[in-house]
Design a protein around this ligand. Structure first.
Ligand SMILES: N=CN[C@@H](CCC(=O)O)C(=O)O
Ligand SMILES: [Zn+2]
Length: 422
């Protein structure tokens, strides 16, 4: 049995608790449920009590000797951050493409010439499961150092059954071996593999008739994602793939309107997707439809910056009633970062989210985007003790002092997994 942990005197304990059910919209995105001089009692990896230090002392003061005390005076305490959109499972690296893009090539030009997603696919197909596990594990370590305790991960660098399954199995194994919880998404529809060039519908048929049923039967994924973009999958093909996944219990997600306005946001609403991703070029109509249908906008400001594009209209989406989550989009091409703190900073600077909205987008709403809000995303009695202690006193400093890793310590299920010293 592990010792209970008693966190005391948190300068600000941002619980993210709210009476509002489901993904947060509008003004509710600013409700952080802050407790000053906040305290948490943790046992068996679960939050047992939460309140002010004085309140908890009444019930737990008598057990002070048996607990490990964490003095959080002068520190902000938050739930572990959640990254609801990554392509973290891959092999290799694409630094040459970074240089090519700085010299003028576009993301789609590189991809259409056999680079981009296709380049990582070649490297991931060639790599052994052990190699992919090692490389992915290092990235997960880095996520943890940045205060991230739950990560969604997509397949999609296989685009043949063998490698798609290899990626999904790596996630399953890493979920057991690594402190981070990995939530798997099948994304066989990440691109059309070069061997199917000119035979796109044939590839879509294989995805629908063969691969989706296998992935679902083996319970290797929770979500089904598709890159709906001109030159990749059309809205019609995307709809077929997402509807097919639904029949097998896979929840739809969609990479939508990243490069051009392509009806992706509208499609997300139509198929009842849990989230739509990117949305740099989403139309006002699409945003309105997402608000009506309650689709979470999963916005990726680091990707926009890295591709030197204008960020998604995060401010406008929140004002229109769309629940917003944010993510690194960690991938080897358009966003090779594991820093959710940086993403929160960019959400404020480039999309005009307030510091409170950015924190909600990186915790509770991010949990909703991967259906984990019953376990994580807020600090409440009965939830997992996934907690970050920050080297700042006030949640606004997290966003204000930008580009810096302010993490001091991280607990995952009540076990300290990061200690970054003073
Ligand atoms: N846009 C499509 N897929 C990824 C990028 C993957 C890659 O470039 O390797 C994204 O979400 O940004
Ligand atoms: Zn993505």
């Amino acid at each position: 049995m592990t010792k209970p942990i008693w966190i005391i005197h948190g300068n600000q304990l941002a619980t993210l608790a709210s009476n509002h059910k489901g993904p947060r919209t509008g003004k509710v995105m600013s409700e952080l449920g802050i407790i000053e001089d906040g305290s948490l009692w943790i046992e068996e990896g679960i939050i047992q009590a939460i309140g002010t230090t004085q309140e908890l002392a009444k019930n737990f003061g008598g057990r002070i000797e048996e607990a490990e005390i964490v003095d959080a005076s002068n520190h902000l305490v938050t739930p572990g951050l959640i990254d609801p959109h990554t392509h973290v499972v891959y092999a290799g690296s694409r630094e040459k493409e970074f240089e090519m893009r700085l010299e003028g090539a576009t993301y789609m030009e590189i991809m259409n010439a056999g680079g981009g997603i296709h380049a990582t696919t070649r490297m991931t197909r060639e790599a052994t499961e052990v190699e992919i596990m090692e490389q992915t594990s290092r990235r997960l370590d880095s996520f943890l150092q940045h205060g991230v305790t739950t990560v969604e991960g997509k397949s999609g660098y296989g685009m043949n059954l063998e490698t798609e399954l290899k990626q999904l199995r790596v996630m399953k194994k890493l979920k057991k071996q690594h402190p981070i919880d990995l939530i798997p998404t099948f994304m066989g529809a990440h691109a059309v593999p070069s061997e199917f060039k000119g035979k796109e519908d044939e590839y879509v048929d294989i995805l629908i008739q063969e691969w989706i049923p296998i992935v679902a039967k083996e319970k290797l994924a929770v979500f089904n994602d598709v890159f709906c973009e001109k030159g990749v999958f059309t809205p019609e093909q995307s709809e077929r793939i997402l509807e097919a996944g639904k029949k097998y219990g896979l929840i739809p997600k969609i990479h939508a309107d990243e490069i051009i306005s392509y009806g992706g946001a509208e499609l997300a609403a139509r198929v009842g997707a849990i989230s739509a991703e990117h949305l740099l070029k989403a139309t006002d109509e699409g945003i309105g439809k997402m608000a009506e249908a309650g689709v979470i906008a999963c916005l990726l400001p680091a990707t926009a910056l890295y591709l030197r594009e204008l960020a998604a209209k995060g401010r406008k989406m929140i004002d229109a009633g769309v629940p917003v989550a944010i993510s690194t989009d960690c991938n080897p091409g358009s966003s090779p970062t594991t820093s959710m703190p940086l993403v929160m900073n960019l959400a404020c600077i480039t999309m005009r989210l307030t510091p409170a909205e950015a924190l909600t987008a990186a915790t509770y709403n991010a949990a909703c985007a991967i259906k984990q809000e019953h376990l994580v995303g807020s600090l409440e009695v009965g939830k997992q003790a996934d907690i970050v202690l920050w080297n700042v006193k006030d949640y606004r400093e997290l966003q204000y002092l930008f580009g810096v890793n302010h993490v001091k310590a991280v607990w995952k299920k009540g076990i300290q997994v990061v200690d970054r010293g003073e």
